[in-house]
Design a protein around this ligand. Structure first.
Ligand SMILES: Nc1nc2c(ncn2[C@@H]2O[C@H](COP(=O)(O)OP(=O)(O)O)[C@@H](O)[C@H]2O)c(=O)[nH]1
Ligand SMILES: [Mg+2]
Length: 338
């Protein structure tokens, strides 16, 4: 004889079956979604949008690495930029900028890269340090006078200085300030133990506008900026505060983007679609306190010897804005004197 199942048990059993069916349906739907996703971009977006019944109970949800909208848009083509930069005529004889940032950030490489885009061929100017042996680490103030062709001077000087370190082995922020105020002469060897004093033979007591720096460029490496010691940011804050007080324009050049994002390393054109690069730009923005529109991600010409249009574009964009900002500052200072 068959004993009838009590009503309550029958309802529970029905519920369990219904739940299993629902789970099965979720899995089927998820697999259809994945199959019909045509690009990594779509796939990332679909996966990261949890459904009300949350399929992420079954699969880990990967973060999308590609943005649907670029975080920045290019404003003109390479030829236009090249022309604008090469024919730039400042309101003074020569513009002067200084690069500061941690050792190994790519300051010397940036100088070489800028010289290279102006020349249109490989050019060696500043000695880059070897990451393996840490040789050629910049220890003195060196002014690099740029050229736009053989024997043809370009109206820009880039001052390279010793790097900031989290230990006491790097440049003191007081020295960076003295350098951009124009007090330190070329070839001065920095002493990590003590800042320059007024009676040093390399100390200029009354610097002119020609000696002063017209734009401050903080150079940060995209691949390690998130792990940088707070002490480095603290030193930079002192520099920034003094420069802001004097009204000197400030930008960040974020180097080594190819080391920070695999997609960008494969194709530099995708830089403004890279979520990773955008995150690094945000870290720079928050930790140094410089607005997003004054941060320029670049890839330096450090490994390759052949010219590349995408590498050029990023460098040209940074250079064009630095030149314009530096010139605005010079004009403002000249107006004050009138
Ligand atoms: N892959 C890559 N390497 C870079 C880039 N910029 C600089 N480097 C390398 O990083 C190391 C440090 O660069 P360097 O210019 O000497 O740094 P500095 O101490 O700030 O002057 C060198 O080995 C460079 O070749 C970049 O954009 N991409
Ligand atoms: Mg250097």
């Amino acid at each position: 004889m068959i004993t009838p199942i009590p009503n309550q048990e029958r309802t529970e059993c029905f519920h369990k079956m219904l739940m299993w069916d629902l789970h099965l349906l979720e899995l089927v739907l998820l697999s259809i979604t994945l199959k019909s996703s045509t690009t990594i971009q779509e796939m990332g977006t679909r996966l990261s949008t949890p459904s009300p019944s949350s399929p992420d109970r079954f699969l880990p949800v990967p973060e999308p690495t590609v943005l649907l909208e670029p975080w920045r848009k290019g404003d003109c083509g390479r030829d236009e930029l090249l022309h604008e930069v090469k024919e730039f005529k400042p309101s003074t004889e020569v513009l002067r900028i200084v690069l500061y940032g941690p050792t190994g950030a790519g300051k010397s490489s940036f100088i070489n890269s800028v010289q290279r885009i102006l020349f249109g061929r490989n050019a060696m100017n500043a000695l880059e340090n070897s990451t393996l042996t840490r040789t050629n680490v910049t220890k003195k103030l060196k002014t690099h006078k740029l050229k736009k062709g053989r024997g043809e001077p370009y109206p820009l000087e880039i001052v390279d200085i010793m790097g900031i370190e989290s230990t006491d082995g790097g440049i003191k922020h007081e020295d960076i300030i003295k350098a951009f105020e124009g007090h330190i002469s070329d070839e001065y060897i920095f002493n990590p133990g003590a800042a320059i004093t007024n009676d040093d033979p390399k100390y200029k007591k009354n610097p002119t506008l020609r000696d002063k720096v017209h734009c401050l460029v903080c150079v940060l490496p995209a691949d390690s900026v998130s792990r940088m010691d707070d002490k480095v940011f603290e030193q930079m804050k002192h520099v920034r505060d003094r420069a802001s007080l004097l009204g000197i324009p400030q930008v960040i050049v974020m180097t080594r983007v190819d080391k920070a994002c695999e997609m960008v390393s494969q194709d530099l054109k995708k830089i403004y679609y890279s979520k990773k690069i955008k995150e690094k730009v945000d870290v720079c923005c928050v930790n140094v306190g410089i607005p997003l529109n004054a941060i320029y991600p670049v890839k330096n010409y450090s490994e390759s010897i052949t010219q590349d249009a995408d590498t050029d574009m990023l460098l040209f964009m940074a250079l064009r804005d630095i030149l314009n900002l530096a010139n605005d500052y010079v004009e403002h200072e000249l107006e004050k004197d009138e």
